[in-house]
Design a protein around this ligand. Structure first.
Ligand code: AVI
Length: 318
């Protein structure tokens, strides 16, 4: 059994490995987006969801509210709800509130502390509901609780367009895994941001208040703090770029001048204008989403969207 210190040491090792590998690349330097979410990064992400330019959270919340009855019908009575990533707060509550006597809610998240806090909030709000949190990285294989009730359907819930942060191969692996988890007769509700005017997209990932910039730059502060590096964070600026070929908004940290720094005794240098690519947020259209989910073995039962077709919530059947 690992204690907290072991897992923290392993986490630091994994972070160091990813940072050294990503920043050693001679062409495009990269950092995996999952490292954006330390405590400060998670706080900043919450702030992003409130930014006027960041339409996905409030749009998806509206779609869930407007279609709560249909979503509840898809899950059916006494459903077992598996939520992948347990930070959806109000969105989770809208769905749980609408369900007919759900038999179990299983939130799954890599951050045990965060998971415990959100599980507690759900227990307080829904006194009758049995909540069984699972600490796991849902992009990897993991075990569900062994004693899932059999009465109702199993339903996956994956809101927030997190599917857009996965590349196509990763999204397929995830969707197949979720299908295995819910089994024959199971269902899922998945939120995904849609392709739209590039100006709307880039503004959403570079808000005027500078919250997304702070979120992106925080990964450098994290590298300095956790890996004892000496990166001059003020020498970088955040940029959101649309990549039409991959249909993704990319976040980049752009060196504003030539920079040198060291991490774990290794020296790095970047030229002015060179960037570190920190995140992809892929955008789909309904045709592309249909092809994606069908390739993973699901059938697309319904697509709920908003008036402006900014965001889609899909109802899937296994
Ligand atoms: C978590 N994920 C769905 C967000 C997105 O929109 O891709 C992360 C984010 N990055 C910058 N703003 C929001």
């Amino acid at each position: 059994m690992l204690d907290k210190t072991d897992t923290e040491a392993q986490q630091r090792e994994a972070f160091l490995r990813d940072v050294l590998a990503g920043l050693s690349k001679s062409q495009q330097k990269t950092l995996p987006a999952r490292w954006l979410y330390d405590e400060r990064g998670s706080e900043l992400f919450e702030e992003i969801t409130q930014a006027p330019e960041y339409y996905p959270t409030r749009t998806e919340t509206g779609i869930l509210q407007d279609n709560a009855g249909a979503i509840a019908a898809l899950f059916g009575p006494e459903a077992v709800i598996l939520e992948y990533g347990a930070g959806a707060g109000i969105k989770t509550e809208i769905v749980l509130e609408a369900l007919d006597r759900p038999s179990l809610y299983v939130p799954i998240d890599i951050s045990g502390d965060f998971l415990a806090a959100s599980a507690e909030r759900i227990r307080e709000r829904f006194a009758e509901l049995v909540v069984e949190p699972v600490t796991a990285d849902f992009t990897q294989e993991f075990d569900l609780p062994g004693d899932l009730p059999e009465a109702g359907r199993r339903g996956g819930f994956f809101p927030g367009s997190t599917i857009g942060n996965l590349d196509r191969a990763e999204a397929l692996i995830f969707l197949k895994r979720m299908r295995r988890h819910v089994g024959e007769g199971g269902v899922a509700v998945v939120g995904c941001d849609l392709k739209k005017d590039v100006a709307i997209l880039t503004a959403a990932y570079d808000d005027a208040g500078g919250v997304t910039a702070a979120f992106d730059l925080n990964i450098l502060t994290r590298i300095n703090r956790e890996l004892g590096a000496d990166i001059a964070v003020e020498s970088f600026a955040h940029e959101a770029r649309w990549n039409a070929a991959t249909s993704a908004v990319e976040m980049h940290l752009v060196a504003q001048e030539p920079v040198t720094f060291s991490i774990d005794g290794r020296a790095f240098s970047m030229t002015a204008g060179e960037t570190i690519h920190t995140e992809n947020s892929r955008k789909y259209d309904v045709k592309g989403l249909t092809a994606l989910v069908e390739e993973a073995g699901w059938s697309l039962d319904e697509v709920w969207t908003d008036e402006d077709k900014l965001f889609a919530v899909m109802g899937l059947k296994a």
